[in-house]
Design a protein around this ligand. Structure first.
Ligand SMILES: NC(=O)C1=CN([C@@H]2O[C@H](COP(=O)(O)OP(=O)(O)OC[C@H]3O[C@@H](n4cnc5c(N)ncnc54)[C@H](O)[C@@H]3O)[C@@H](O)[C@H]2O)C=CC1
Ligand SMILES: CC(=O)C(=O)O
Ligand SMILES: [Mg+2]
Length: 437
């Protein structure tokens, strides 16, 4: 895992001293991400040096080396990532400034009582007079947090706050993390159904397979609102987008390629399902679990070993949670490889490319954050309940069409791309709504 640390270094204000510090940092194996002279003392300067290094290295040994330099000392350090999480990443804010008694009495008691009664008499008014159509529950039980595994719902909260922050920043929706300390699918279903009146939509996150399939299917049946497991479908839409771009660039039809999925959990099965529905004819895959292999077979796919998948597939996607699972010697010339495990992929893209892959990418680039903000925005604005195949394909095609200069997908923070995804989802949803009428 990569660590980013901000070091405070005091060094003499003379030519060459900072260069020595940077040399020691380079020899240690860290890269410098930022360098800033924060304060000039009488004879010294205090520098803020941001370094990135692999967690296999011991930062203490770097400190020792810097402290051995003439008149140079480490005087402090802080972790940039932890700094950005202090006190959490989200908060609820009032859209109304309550600075007079008149306003208070309108937005709260006694005025609010009339709005409550209006909703009681006409339930659909909840959409007009509350924030419900902009509010998404982000639900987890903490059983598959990134590739960290079953670390519990509390430890997963930073991820859920991250998804909420992304929803707020990118499409202006309010995400509310809901942590459920429960593994029994039936109990989770009951809890989510019971709290569903508070939200416009339900995003299920980092709930492991196979429980995630039952939970999502049953909630879709029970809750008359959009329910969507991001790890399954959000990931699948972005993978399809990236594959459409790659195959377009080499002028081949994705449907004719052999697709290999390594890891048939939530993300893996979501990807196999969407690609099969899209028309990919040959799907092979591997997983340690027999139940997962059976699921692939029921979809018309062929379970095999990891080695066989790497030998057979033209396109390989990995979502196992296992860093370094794909060895460089397994890569075949001309393969497309997406190693999507976060935080560390099954194979680093540069290693896959050096060993013959035609395209290689990882979960930082092909990430469901390209899909879920626009998907929820478009779905909620359209006021539909079901997230259909057409809406998913609209996301993938939009993302692929917006990829530029040899990239497979747009950049994660490309606001225009998120806006276009929301519009495409909205249009697909409205079209279907009209077809049903
Ligand atoms: N880039 C992205 O947008 C996304 C990436 N992911 C990543 O995918 C990984 C898996 O997530 P989920 O599918 O939600 O978890 P999951 O727990 O539902 O699935 C993981 C699957 O991998 C299988 N597996 C584990 N070790 C294996 C091995 N050595 N060989 C073959 N199969 C193996 C497990 O048996 C399980 O079926 C995580 O690391 C996560 O970070 C997940 C969603 C989105
Ligand atoms: C991106 C994401 O949802 C995951 O790694 O689980
Ligand atoms: Mg996830």
């Amino acid at each position: 895992m990569r660590i980013v640390e901000i070091l405070l270094v005091e060094a003499p204000h003379k030519p060459g001293y900072m260069a020595k510090v940077l040399g020691v940092i380079g020899e240690f194996g860290a890269t410098v991400e930022g360098l800033n002279a924060v304060r000039r003392l009488d004879k010294d300067t205090i520098w803020e040096v941001t370094v990135e290094y692999d967690d296999s290295l011991s930062i203490e040994s770097l400190f020792e080396q810097i402290n051995l330099l003439p008149d140079t000392f480490i005087t402090g350090k802080s972790d940039r990532v932890f700094n950005r999480h202090k006190q959490g990443k989200i908060q609820t804010v009032s859209r109304i400034s309550i600075d007079s008694l008149e306003i208070l009495r309108d937005v709260y008691t006694p005025g609010v009582a009339r709005v409550c009664q209006a909703i009681q008499h006409t339930p659909s008014k909840i959409k007009e007079f509350t924030n419900i159509q902009n509010t998404v529950a982000i639900v987890t039980n903490g059983t598959a947090i990134l590739g960290l595994g079953d670390i519990g719902p509390e430890a997963g909260l930073p991820v859920m706050e991250g998804k909420a922050a992304i929803l707020a920043e990118i499409v202006g929706l309010s995400g509310v993390p809901i942590l459920i300390k429960e593994k029994d699918p039936l109990k989770i279903i009951e809890v989510v159904e019971a709290i569903s009146p508070s939200f416009g939509a339900i995003l299920l996150e980092d709930i492991k397979a196979p429980e995630c399939f039952t939970i999502e299917d049953e909630l879709i049946n029970r809750v008359p609102k959009p329910v969507f497991h991001d790890d399954q479908h959000g990931t699948a839409m972005v993978v399809l987008a990236a594959l459409l771009s790659a195959t377009k660039q080499i002028d081949v039809d994705l449907k004719d390629k052999v697709f290999g999925q390594i890891g048939l959990g939530a993300a893996g099965m979501g990807i196999c399902n969407l690609l099969s529905e899209y028309g990919v004819k040959q799907v092979v895959g591997c997983d340690l679990s027999e139940e997962a292999q059976k699921k692939l077979r029921s979809l018309g796919g062929t379970p095999m070993s990891l080695d066989e998948v790497m030998k057979t597939a033209d396109v390989v996607v990995a979502t196992t949670g296992v860093k370094g699972l794909i060895k460089p010697e397994m890569v075949r010339e001309g393969q497309i490889i997406m190693a999507l495990t976060n935080p560390d992929p099954e194979i680093e893209p540069n290693v896959a490319l050096e060993n013959g892959a035609l395209f290689a990418t990882c979960g930082k680039v092909v990430n469901n954050m390209l899909a879920f903000p626009g998907l929820f925005k478009g779905t909620l604005d359209a006021g539909v309940i079901n997230i259909t195949h057409q809406m998913k394909i609209a996301v993938s095609e939009t993302l692929s069409n917006l990829a530029r200069d040899g990239a497979l997908v747009p950049a994660s923070l490309n606001k225009n791309a998120h806006k276009k995804v929301a519009e495409a989802v909205y249009q697909a949803a409205i079209k279907q709504k009209n077809e049903y009428l």
